[in-house]
Ligand binder design. Sequence first.
Ligand code: GLN
Length: 489
Amino acid sequence: MALYEKTASELSELLGKKEISAVELAKDVFARTKAVEDKVQGYVTVTEEAALQQAEAVDKKRAAGEKLSALAGIPIAIKDNICTKGTLTTCASKMLYNFKPPYNATVIEKLTAADAVITGKANMDEFAMGSSCENSAAHPTHNPHGLDRVPGGSSGGSAAVVAAGEAPLALGSDTGGSIRQPASFCGVVGLKPTYGAVSRYGLIAFASSLDQIGPFGRSIEDAAMLLDAVTGHDPLHDSTSVKTPFEGSLRANLNANVKGLKIGLPKEYFGEGISEAVRKNVMAAAEAYKAMGAEVFEISLPLVEYALPIYYILSSAEASSNLARFDGVKYGYRTPNAGDDITELYTKSRSEGFGAEVQRRIMLGTYVLSSGYYDAYYKKARAAQRKIREEFANAFEKCDVILTPVAPTTAYEIGSKTTNPLEMYAGDICTVSVNIAGLPGLVQPCGFDENHMPVGMQLIGPRFGEQTLLNAGLAFEQASGLKNIIAAL
Ligand code: GLN
């Protein structure tokens, strides 16, 4: 087995025992990247030279007998909306085509302190708006399990490079499903943490009240390991971050016993629009849990019907405000066609710098925040958000976790939904409620469809229920053997 085919946990052990070096590992991972990246196109920027230097530094520390973290020497890809000092951070947008941040995101500071090796910046939908990675201004990413298909989005690049063996781990961000849906489409593990569990400092904002950074890996243990490294209260930089009860101890406390675990299956998530392959595989997972001694029963979450309008109103409102900073003046793209008219400079820079989907969201967001429509849309959506929160809180009085599909279908063909934005939005039905309620959601592979495309399942937990989710995920992973799936390519 080549090094790139191993999980981060396995690699961590080999590095710890000095059976392999970080440089050897990085070289193997970049050789794989060179072999497959033409087909996958998961990266916007590959940072091989810097990565090899980081790896060399780790090896020196290890040789000197320093005590190193579990992530020391482990290659990790970073979604291109997370600021990396001195390294291009484009958000897959023409608007930020030349942006080299003067600072690191908190998660990057943490990974650097843990001696992780950053492989590059992963492709995404522009400003994280999209579900297929086709809204990238750089290029689309291809699903490693079927190159004519999308990898999902918006963190499609992060999911694809992990599935293709181009990195054992990656960071993504999730505002309405952007970690979980690509994890599902690419057959890897992805976790959207509880809102506040990971600092958002240096994550280029889409919708600040919904955005969270989270891990991708090819096993539950790997996702736990990466979340352990990046979680934590960041009082200086992100006042919405909090101290969590699990702070860095998720991997150490993994326990696959699900006897007596109460698992709710919300009937509304299995209804019309969910494809047979998805329903069948998620229901089979529910049966597997029963066989392991969990209590599985039907519950009802009727407000899911309102989740999409609530999400698209709130997220677009926040996006229209967050993206106001990109004006062609301070940094990023500036139109060469403005003459000396300042208004023209703003409008042309924004019209030329932002892609169609981003402009659509800004217009939608500006509309729902405008004085004539604020009460009818934005205010109502905020009130409905509270109802959704209550609905989940009530559900968690009856069950420990909720099991659902991740998306109505498996990965679809590139180009098949780009002309119909509403159809694209509809694919987010199973994931957006989790962000609206600020809850954690774990996605992992649970089978394959008739075309051998991966099917994922989603476990939703109460606030700070990450350990319960990962434990339940581990139990299924062990029972199903669906772990460390790498696309053949
Ligand atoms: N697909 C959703 C959207 O387009 C979610 C995006 C995300 O989570 N960043 O808004």
